[in-house]
Design a protein around this ligand. Structure first.
Ligand code: KG4
Ligand code: ZN
Length: 340
């Protein structure tokens, strides 16, 4: 479906890939997008287990999705029959959890007789930034979340070349684990950022990961081990938080800047939960690159970002998927580009 320049399409977006039930509504009008609603139910049932329990996540999505959908429609001020397209995450993620939102989205699309777009979770994270600025390839996209640290080159619409990724932990995972070991709680990212405000960022020396590499990969396990040793040696939580945050921000910004130089891209999208980090935003602002971050509430998992990716697919004239598309636990957005 190719949207006519002056048409207005309301797109429903659903994400149930992990432990957040997200439903959003986006308006696509005259080639421009606007987020009308973004409702997320964050599951708390997992906290007692110290990690996400897949089966509990699926059940809670089933219990919550109707209410989250009703809230999203109310926030957008629209009725369900006004929706013109549906996008839902098909992967990657927890299969049982994904299936809930995917089937729900297909059901809505079929009932309304509107196109259905099975959407990649990372494409959602990237297009979350379309809430803030027009996003037209070519650009680089750094997705930094609890499950991903991926750097893509996006030379053309719908084409993703993975130029770098973490070799071990995701960036957000490192924030979470270091917060836990220093007793700062969960989720670790916001807790580290808060504690860092009163800490000395030079108190704990961290060695730069993968220093001197020719490629654009990331690694956080060394920082994690160094943090554990510093904690045992008596480093305070604020000092550890400030020093780790400085090291993590440095490696993310330096590697992305090198990739921008190597590819000649001057626009960089930085998205995913860790993109909410203020120190990271400030460091990227100092690079001279055009850096686009998602708007408030669109960094961590949500449904509006999936609707925004759906809007991009519609604008590009990509054919909608069929209702036969299944959920994929492992779904690479792109193959790793051969490294020079
Ligand atoms: O995108 P997201 O909701 O989940 C995945 O798809 O993985 O990201 C969640 C991650 C968590 O690891 C959380 O600690 C991190 O994003 N995060 C942050 C901040 N806010 C959330 N990390 C650093 N600074 C923040 N302000
Ligand atoms: Zn995510």
């Amino acid at each position: 479906m190719n949207a006519a320049p002056h048409s207005r399409t309301l797109i429903l977006g659903i994400d149930t890939s992990c432990d957040d039930t997200g439903v959003g509504v986006v308006e696509l009008a005259g080639g421009r997008v606007r987020v009308l609603a973004n409702r997320v139910w964050s599951q708390t049932v997992h906290a007692q287990y110290g990690g996400v329990m897949p089966e509990l996540a699926s059940r809670e999505h089933v219990e919550r999705i109707d209410a989250v959908m009703a809230d999203a429609l109310a926030e957008a001020g629209v009725t369900v029959d006004e929706l013109g397209a549906v996008a839902a995450t098909s992967g990657p993620g927890l299969v049982g959890a994904l299936l809930v939102g995917l089937m729900y989205g297909k059901g809505v699309a079929q009932a309304l007789g509107v196109p259905f777009h099975a959407t990649h979770h990372l494409e959602g994270h990237i297009f979350a930034a379309a809430s803030e600025a027009e996003l037209a390839p070519p650009f680089l996209a750094l997705v930094v979340s609890g499950g991903h640290t991926h750097l893509f080159d996006v030379p053309h619409e719908g084409e993703y070349v993975l130029v770098g990724a973490t070799k071990d932990d995701a960036a957000g995972e490192a924030f979470d684990k270091i917060a836990r070991l220093s007793g700062l709680g969960y989720p670790g990212g916001p807790a580290i950022a808060e504690a860092a405000l009163t800490g000395n960022a030079d108190a704990v020396p961290f060695k730069e990961p993968l220093q001197g590499q020719k490629g654009f990969d990331f690694s956080f396990s060394g920082l994690k081990t160094a943090a554990l040793l510093a904690h045992r040696a008596g480093a305070s939580a604020p000092d550890l938080a400030a020093s780790f945050q400085k090291a993590a921000v440095h490696t993310l910004v330096k590697t992305t800047r090198r990739a921008a130089e190597a590819t000649g891209r001057d626009t960089v999208v930085v998205s995913g939960g860790v993109a909410a980090n203020r120190a990271l935003r400030e460091a990227f602002a100092g690079t001279g690159l055009r850096v686009v971050f998602p708007g408030r509430g669109l960094n961590t998992d949500n449904g509006a970002m999936i609707a925004l990716a759906g809007a991009a697919a519609i604008t590009a004239g990509r054919a909608p998927g069929t209702l036969a598309e299944g959920a994929e636990a492992y779904a690479p957005l792109a193959a790793l580009a051969p490294q020079a």
